[in-house]
Design a protein around this ligand. Sequence first.
Ligand SMILES: [Zn+2]
Length: 378
Amino acid sequence: MKRGAFVYVSEAGAFSYGPDHPFDPQRAVRTYELCDRYSLLGPDDVVVLRPAPVTDADLALAHTPAYLDALRRADEGVAPEDAADWGLDTPDCPVFRGVYRHAVLAAGASIAAFDAVAGGVARCAFNPSGGFHHAFSDRAEGFCYINDLVIVLAKLRQAGKRPAFVDIDAHQPNGVISPFYADPNVLCITLHETPRTLYPFKGWCEELGEGEGRGYTVNLPLEPGADDEVFTRLFTRIVPAALDRFRPDCIVLEAGMDMLKTDPLAHLGLSSNALVGAVRLLAGRGLPVIATGGGGYDIRNTVRGWTRVWAALIGREPADIFAGVVGGMMFGPEAEAGSLVDPPVIMDGERKRLAEEEAERVGAFVEKEVLPLIEGPR
Ligand SMILES: [Zn+2]
């Protein structure tokens, strides 16, 4: 079995949400290139895969036929008359040429990641073109059209697996939480910027699932003053304990890079060190991991971060021997490109104190009210 499968959507750069839109599909292509420069796509203990074909049955795991039909009709780049009924043709979810093809390719890449892991080809898989955690069954939302994560989680359930979904994107994964909110067979754990200040304005720690699924949604919101310390303290306090109780047989990870301090859309203050530390901790549990990208709107730092995520998944430390090459035209000024590793972000002052206080409250609440509800396999 390979250490990891990297799924590469070479066509991703051919699609554009529009010149003023923050989402750039090209990020995933650059991540592939940077991983290659750091020799992380070889030798033969890792494999590079292409997106898998996506069947109608796969798409139906996450979306209604009527929504898929509308998305298909939008593929030429002209908004259909009923676009507004499906969340299409909005500033967040524009209709562009290839909108359907792009979304299906990204989903196919996550399905390839699932196939590699479920089929025993690789211990883990990473699709930096995936992670569309805001798409709902019948509407597009938050830059997302087809929810590849819901498809993968549903396919894992069909295969008799009991997955844990962990999301470290700045935005709460409302499109994934929603279909599994009453399901005790999928544990959803998410760290994100507080709903007070960021879309989708959901994800208070008191939102803990419903019915039989009560306790199986773990919301861990962070205040804007959160830095590496605050994130890491809350993550290590809650996530391993939740996984210990649930005892999943695989992990699905959405590794957005928009918690980074330099991200233009979110307001958190992390470096990639904290996020990569979280990935290392998850990968170290010895379970199969299916990981995707997600948000990340500082393109250069997102690409650097995802390169480290991939390295962490396959248990490698990228050598900075190629730093000079990386500092070429594509990755900006030489001076900044000396290393893949960020300097740690440790803040202080009133904002930090408030973020620490709130993380303490959230951690204590979840320990007392949520973790005890989580049970292992029956
Ligand atoms: Zn995000």
